[in-house]
Write a protein that binds this ligand. Structure first.
Ligand code: HEM
Length: 185
C-alpha cells in the first residue's frame, strides 16, 4: 500500500452512511409505533411520517450512490479473504437495492389504495397510475414489511462483522467509515 492510498471513505460518504443507518431505524420504529397506536387515526398519522421519510431516504440513497460514482470507496482491506470481500460486496449491493426498491414499493402499494404521499405538507407525490386494488396494495405492503425485516437482519450482521473485524482481527475496518481511528488498506 502506498502512503497516499485512500483507506477511508470520504466525509460525505460517512455522513450519508450514518444518516441512512439512523433513518432506517427510525422508519422501523415508526412502522412498529403505528401498529401499536391506540386508534386507527393515530396509526395513520404515524404512517404519514413513515411515508414521507421513505421518500427522503430514497433521495438520500440516490445522492449517496451518485457521490459513490464521484468519490469511489477505498480498496478493500487487503487482509480480507476473497469470500469475505464477495460477501461484503453482495451485502452492500443488497442494502442499496432494498433502500431504493422499498420506498418505491411503498409508493406503489399506497397508489393501489388511490392515496398520494404528502411530504409533511410541503410537496405531494400523486398516486401512481396503478389499478385501484386494496388486495394488491396489502400484498405489496406485506412484501415491503418482509423486506424491512431482511434489511434489519442484514444491518445487524453487517454491524457485527464490522465490529468483529475491528475488535478481534484488529484490521481497522470500522475506522474506514468513521472520521477518527486508524484505517488500514
Ligand atoms: C441500516 C443500517 C446500515 C446500512 C443500511 C449500512 C449500509 C452500508 C453500505 C451500503 C456500505 C457500503 C458503502 C459503499 O461502499 O458504498 C456500508 C459500509 C460500511 N458500514 Fe454500514 N450500514 C449500516 C449500519 C452500519 C453499522 C451499525 C456499522 C457499524 C457498527 C456499519 C459499518 C460499516 C463499515 C465499517 C463500512 C465500510 C466497510 C468496508 O470498508 O468494507 N454500518 N454500510
Amino acid at each position: 500500500m502506498s502512503l497516499n492510498a485512500k483507506t477511508k471513505y470520504s466525509g460525505l460518504a460517512m455522513l450519508l452512511h450514518w444518516l441512512i443507518a439512523v433513518l432506517v431505524i427510525v422508519q422501523w420504529r415508526l412502522s412498529e409505533a403505528a401498529e401499536e397506536a391506540p386508534t386507527r387515526e393515530a396509526g395513520g398519522q404515524i404512517m404519514a411520517n413513515h411515508f414521507a421519510l421513505g421518500v427522503v431516504i430514497f433521495i438520500i440513497v440516490a445522492v449517496r450512490l451518485a457521490w459513490r460514482q464521484a468519490s469511489p470507496p477505498p480498496a478493500p482491506v487487503s487482509g480480507h479473504a476473497p469470500w469475505e470481500r464477495t460477501l461484503a460486496r453482495l451485502v452492500h449491493f443488497a442494502f442499496y437495492a432494498l433502500l431504493l426498491v422499498m420506498p418505491v414499493a411503498g409508493w406503489i402499494a399506497l397508489s393501489a389504495f388511490g392515496e398520494p404521499i404528502s411530504i409533511w405538507g410541503l410537496v405531494s407525490l400523486p398516486a401512481l397510475p396503478v389499478p385501484q386494488n386494496p388486495d394488491l396494495g396489502e400484498t405489496i405492503f406485506e412484501l415491503h414489511g418482509a423486506s424491512g425485516i431482511a434489511l434489519l437482519v442484514l444491518a445487524a450482521l453487517h454491524a457485527l462483522a464490522a465490529v468483529k473485524h475491528t475488535v478481534l482481527d484488529k484490521d481497522g475496518t470500522l475506522w474506514r467509515m468513521l472520521p477518527f481511528g486508524t484505517a488500514r488498506g
